[in-house]
Design a binder for this molecule. Structure first.
Ligand SMILES: [Zn+2]
Length: 286
């Protein structure tokens, strides 16, 4: 397959599909956190309300053709739109190169797109929609084993891989969050956001006691459970280690740009970026 016409056609299709999906992700990361529908109304300029014409909605090309401005009112279009399209296109191409045209490939694409959306949304809103994390977890637990069995793996073992990956990924992070919360309580530590204004610390009888942590959100636990269901127990542990390094680099980059260590974002973007690196790396075919 390498280098032949099938290879180039496949790679071209993968990148083109990624660009289109990236364009869709721009809608997702804007509308889902605001509780808006991702299908209607059609996209419009936030400056003048002018509907985006189909030929102005071609990934990357329209941004270049329009020179980054609305054709109606001249409002600048954020560089982040073409950036997310380009990153998604590159990721889809890389996933095709690493995994080949296999039954798992469409699932890697969906997974990668979900991770990119989760990273952007959490970076901006410090929150990951359940439709991404829990939706991805369901897909990872139910559909990934079926696809792996089509690739020749025994179905039972593929199910065990997904279930143990989800338990280990979510479980490890849950233990860190839970132990940190209990130690913080024992030491009488308080955080800006934990407990909230005039709120009591939860007791073991309440669900909050088990899922409500300072510093680390339960959203991170759900995100890692989803990742574990896709990549299995070995690679989910690797994802956590890579995420620690990515988080450090993101934090340092932010400190350099903003000249301060008050980092306003959490761990989830680093986790999502780490998972993207793990599945798109030719050294670890998860
Ligand atoms: Zn406009």
């Amino acid at each position: 397959m390498w280098g032949g016409p099938v290879y180039w056609t496949g790679l071209g299709f993968a990148v083109a599909l990624g660009l289109v999906v990236g364009s869709f992700l721009n809608v997702v990361v804007y509308r889902v956190p605001r509780g808006e529908s991702i299908v209607s109304p059609p996209s419009h300029c936030p400056g003048c309300g002018r509907p985006i014409r189909p030929w102005e909605n071609v990934p990357l090309l329209s941004y270049l053709f329009l020179r980054g401005r609305c054709a109606g009112c001249g409002t600048a279009i954020s560089w982040r739109y073409p950036a997310l399209e380009a990153v998604t296109g590159l990721l889809f191409g890389a996933l095709f190169l690493v995994h080949g045209a296999t039954p798992m490939l469409p699932l890697w694409w969906v997974f990668g797109a979900g991770l990119l959306a989760a990273a952007v949304i959490d970076f901006e809103h410090q929150w990951i929609p359940d439709s991404i994390s829990l939706g991805g977890l369901a897909l990872g637990l139910l559909v990934v084993p079926l696809a792996r069995s089509l690739e020749g793996e025994a179905l039972a073992s593929a199910f065990v891989q997904s279930a143990s990956g989800a338990l280990l990924g979510g479980g490890l992070l849950w233990i860190v969050g839970f132990v940190h919360a209990r130690i913080s309580v024992a030491l009488g530590r308080r955080f800006d956001h934990w407990p909230g204004e005039d709120e009591e610390l939860p007791g073991p009888a309440s669900l909050d006691y088990w899922t409500w942590f300072p510093g680390l959100g339960f959203g991170d636990v759900k995100l890692l459970a989803m990742i574990g269901a896709f990549v299995g127990p070995l690679f989910v542990v690797e994802t956590i280690f890579v995420a620690a390094v990515v988080g450090l680099l993101l934090g340092l980059a932010f400190a350099v740009v903003h000249r301060g260590f008050q980092q306003p974002f959490g761990f989830a973007p680093a986790i999502a970026v780490a998972a993207v690196l793990v599945i798109a790396s030719p050294f670890h075919v998860a």
